[in-house]
Design a protein around this ligand. Structure first.
Ligand code: PMP
Length: 362
């Protein structure tokens, strides 16, 4: 396995080998253009066509109806923490409901509080963000401006395995770390966003899937660059977009469609990958302790601890000697995190499972 195949980084994360090869070639010269991707104008017909094709492929993968727009934005998922309440909360006189289920959903709340009233519907901090709310713990207001949640908490490795909220209230989801890793019904959401640097490509581009009717009423005082309508009108070329990042996303969605065979097939593979690691964790409870409650375990970020900091350091050293990188847990939580995004092959995960077994048994 080449070093990229054993890269368990939390993000930017590993990308498929075929995508890296195509990108390497494009840096020299995009085959159909004959110029480096780094020097092609975003105003070229070729780039407009690339954006259109990529959008079409994403629509195919999600089975997305025309009542939704797909936007390629910048500013990362973090900018969405502000753009969403600017659109839907500012001046609404209503309350936005947020689930606080981990590091990233906690970060999404203060920007919303600048725009209006926020109710934290559920807070998992007291339980260490190790589990997600059960249905009977969620008492939704009938007239909230929207419900916001994070489908996969990248730091703690907890993931919703079904949609939450009520269909009567706008449902907004940060899918940054599990977008296109499994199928979902887009029509149950009003806005979904995901930065690219987990499952889709490099950092620099953020995808937003938005129900067009949300744009019927936009507060009047938004700077244009923070107004989704400006990006929609400009076909995601409002200002210079990250051409290279979008090129990589284009290759990744092509790979998902043609090599993997769509999101159901991707999900099946991701289930196998995650089960391979959780099985080892469960097999050696004296050595490894999984962070997430079993029913909320993430298929993307497998987070676990060892008994002491010394043992964790020894584990990281053992794994590094076997060629595995990116396993140190997020600085906010510590421990170990194996991120196993779409681009990481099953064989890589099987290799890490062997490394974990050897460490535990040896
Ligand atoms: N949401 C989630 C779920 C994330 O994992 C991250 C970053 N890893 C962010 C938001 C912030 O994203 P960005 O750095 O692109 O702003």
């Amino acid at each position: 396995l080449d070093p990229n195949a054993l890269n368990f980084s939390g993000g930017p994360g590993a990308l498929p080998a075929v995508v890296l090869a195509a990108t390497q070639q494009a840096i020299h010269a995009v085959p159909e253009v004959g110029l480096s991707i780094l020097g092609i104008s975003h105003r070229s017909d070729w780039f407009a066509e690339l954006l259109a094709t990529t959008e079409r492929d994403i629509r195919t993968l999600l089975n997305l109806p025309d009542s939704y727009a797909v936007l390629f934005l910048q500013g990362g998922a973090t900018l969405q923490f502000s753009m969403i309440p600017m659109l839907l909360l500012r001046g609404s006189g209503r309350v936005a409901e947020y689930l606080r289920t981990g590091y990233w959903s906690a970060k999404s709340i203060p920007p919303a509080q600048l725009e209006g009233a926020v109710r934290v519907l559920w807070d998992g901090e007291a339980s260490g963000f190790r589990r997600l709310p059960t249905a009977d713990e969620l008492h939704y207001a009938p007239d909230a401006a929207y419900l916001h949640y994070v489908s996969n908490e990248t730091v703690e490795g907890v993931q919703f395995h079904q949609c939450v909220g009520r269909d009567e209230v706008r449902r907004i989801c940060d899918m940054s770390s599990d977008f296109l890793s499994r199928p979902f019904d887009p029509e149950r959401f009003d806005l979904v966003y995901a930065h690219a640097q987990k499952n889709l490509g490099p950092a620099g581009v953020t995808l937003v899937v938005i129900r067009r009717s949300l744009l019927d009423q936009v507060p009047p005082d938004l700077p244009e660059i923070l107004d989704y309508r400006a990006h929609l009108r400009a076909h995601s070329i409002y200002n210079t977009p990250p051409v290279l990042a979008i090129y990589v996303v284009a290759q990744v969605v092509r790979w998902l469609l043609e090599d993997i065979g769509g999101l159901a097939a991707m999900d099946a593979l991701n289930q196998r990958k995650a089960a391979t690691l959780y099985r080892v964790i469960d097999q050696y409870p004296d050595v490894y302790e999984g962070w997430a409650a079993p029913e909320h375990r993430s298929l993307m970020n497998v987070v676990f601890r060892l008994a002491t900091a010394e043992q964790e350091a020894a584990f990281l050293q053992h794994a590094a000697a076997a060629g595995c990188s990116g396993l140190r847990g997020h600085r906010a939580l510590g421990g170990i995190r194996a991120s196993i995004y779409n681009g990481l092959p099953l064989a890589s995960v099987e290799r890490l499972a062997e490394v974990m077994e050897a460490f535990a048994g040896g």
